[in-house]
Design a protein around this ligand. Structure first.
Ligand code: PHE
Length: 338
């Protein structure tokens, strides 16, 4: 068979054109089979290359270049189509697996306990961990439980410390909003025989004008222990244990002599922050024998201590809040921080 260089060159470019069309029309599956059909050992382009040898030597270089170019261009088309189909497949997969994140509903904000309530619960936990039980008493109290039983005789000057809000009920002056949680001491001691280890948290009321450090409504937690051989050392140790348990290591406590009619001796207790600053927290002391007697407990057999401090004040110290009124503001930006 005689071979003509011009024919061979024309054939190469027409094969290349056909192959280009076939490649462009192929889908991913067809493309896999096309490679051997178009470029494999038994493909038309390969046999065309083989027939180059039959050309007169002078014509071979030009015809050879034409065939090589045809093969190179088909194989380049092939690769680019392969890449194009691969990309499309990836895009389709991404599209089909796409998650519409705008559909995800935001977690509704269900609210939380108020920071003072959280503080109260933590305090209860700390004392429960030390073996105490939690007791409660009424917010509307008798003058007898709030003052008389606690050794404040009528007209006693110590009553002046408590700006009392009286309730118009019964004998004038006989009913009031409790000015402290100490009347719960009386209620517990009258109801339950010793030994007693009790804390009593709750709201208290005084006729105060609201400012950064005073509120007519505030929260206290009362502690009461009645047992045999209870000493002032037990009281100091309890306050110190509570201080570390609640505030963490680095905080210490101290007692300063003070006066309350229902404790003897009486003290104020302060807490020192790690930076050395002392903050006044509350009052405490050994239960006065007269108070034990009023509750039917023999002071020759039993002794005890009591303490009481402001929960709001504790939360202020712990969270670095400098205005009591923030607790009452109902400002979500403040409340959401806790
Ligand atoms: N009830 C006292 C107050 O509110 C504090 C206190 C409680 C003092 C218990 C001694 C013992 O000021």
């Amino acid at each position: 068979m005689s071979v003509d260089a011009r024919e061979l060159t024309a054939e190469a470019s027409s094969l290349a054109a056909q192959a280009t069309e076939a490649i462009a029309a192929a889908d991913a599956e067809e493309l896999a089979g096309l490679r051997s059909t178009l470029l494999g050992k038994s493909s038309q382009l390969t046999s065309l290359r083989r027939s180059l040898g039959k050309l007169p030597p002078a014509e071979r270089p030009a015809a050879g270049r034409a065939v090589t170019e045809a093969i190179a261009s088909v194989s380049a088309r092939f690769e680019s189509r392969l890449a194009e189909l691969g990309e499309r497949k990836l895009r389709e997969r991404l599209e089909s697996e796409r998650l519409d994140l705008t559909e995800i509903v935001e977690q509704p904000d269900v609210g939380r306990l108020h920071v003072v309530t959280q503080t109260q619960h933590r305090l209860e936990d700390v004392f429960c961990g030390m073996g105490y039980e939690v007791a409660e008493g009424p917010e509307v109290e008798t003058e007898w439980h709030n003052f008389v039983a606690l050794n404040f005789p009528p007209g006693h000057p110590a009553r002046d410390m408590y700006d009392t809000l009286y309730v118009n009920y019964g004998e004038p002056g006989s009913t009031l909003l409790r000015t402290h949680t100490s009347p719960v001491q009386i209620r517990v001691m009258q109801a339950v025989p010793p030994p007693l280890y009790v804390v009593a948290p709750g709201r208290c009321f005084r006729r105060d004008t609201a400012d950064a450090t005073h509120m007519p409504v505030f929260h206290q937690i009362e502690g009461l222990v009645v047992d045999k051989d209870i000493s002032l050392g037990d009281l100091a140790g309890t306050i110190e244990a509570f201080t570390t348990a609640y505030f963490g290591p680095g905080f210490t406590s101290r007692l300063r002599p003070s006066y309350f009619p229902f404790t003897e001796p009486s003290a104020e207790f302060d807490v020192a922050r790690p930076d050395g600053a002392w903050l006044e927290l509350g009052g405490c002391g050994m239960i006065h024998p007269a108070v034990l007697e009023v509750c039917g407990i023999d002071p020759e057999v039993w002794s005890g201590f009591a303490f009481g401090f402001g929960i709001d004040r504790l939360a202020m110290i712990r969270f670095g809040i400098d205005d009591l009124r923030d607790f009452w503001s109902n400002d979500a930006r403040f409340l959401e921080q806790f």
